[in-house]
Write a protein that binds this ligand. Structure first.
Ligand SMILES: [Zn+2]
Length: 209
């Protein structure tokens, strides 16, 4: 396992990574957290590492549910995270699909992953240094926009992760992707801060010449 330095922020996929993938999940009652994720969010908060959720929600363009349903699920996830004394700093979602049914959302957008639009938005909103960010997801398309921007990338084996792992060798980024069992495993890759060089304390003495 390669070694990593502490990330500034983690850009994390939603369905299949933070919560179990359920076909076009659209109601807060369907939320089922991947085991250990809420504890991981709590740990990341103590380390002052922001968690940003970046998610494709093409069910909106397909006419399966309105944007309000996406926001209701996101709000419930935010509350669950806070109840566990963790935090999700922001949700970024793409409601589009090129072949959708709802005209308003059916076009080739800049934000549907693997396009980088949502990642660029998050970086701009929070003045992030992408080389100090991690991208995490269960599909290669969740990771590729991050990798193109210089992020570290982690493929989880939850959701579609096992299937995606079979295509890993075809990705131009295959040697830059670290496979982990599930999202909480990444906290083991964050170095303990006691390993960081400490700033030396010193006293300034003025000498009168
Ligand atoms: Zn979009």
């Amino acid at each position: 396992m390669p070694s990593f330095s502490k990330p500034q922020a983690i850009l994390c996929d939603r369905d299949g990574t933070l919560i179990q993938d359920s076909h076009f999940l659209s109601h807060p009652d369907q939320i089922e957290w991947v085991p250990g994720v809420l504890d991981a969010l709590k740990f990341l908060k103590t380390k002052d590492i922001s968690v940003l959720v970046v998610t494709n929600q093409s069910g909106v363009a397909r006419g399966y549910f309105p944007v309000e349903a996406v926001e209701a699920v996101n709000d419930k996830m935010r509350r669950d995270a806070e109840a566990a004394t963790g935090a999700i700093a922001e949700f970024y979602y793409c409601p589009h699909h090129p072949q959708g049914q709802v005209i308003e959302y059916s076009y080739v957008c800049e934000c549907r992953k693997p396009s980088p639009g949502l990642f660029l938005q998050a970086i701009a909103d929070r003045s992030l240094d992408p080389t100090r960010c991690w991208a995490i997801g269960d599909r290669l398309r969740d990771l590729e926009p991050g990798l193109q921007l210089g992020m570290k990338a982690f493929l989880v084996k939850t959701g579609y992760g096992i299937q995606e792992q079979q295509d890993l060798s075809k990705s131009p980024f295959s040697d830059q992707i670290t496979v982990v069992s599930s999202m909480p495993e990444i906290i083991n890759l964050i170095p303990n801060e006691s390993n960081y060089p400490q700033l030396k304390k010193f006293n300034v003495t003025h000498s009168l010449g």
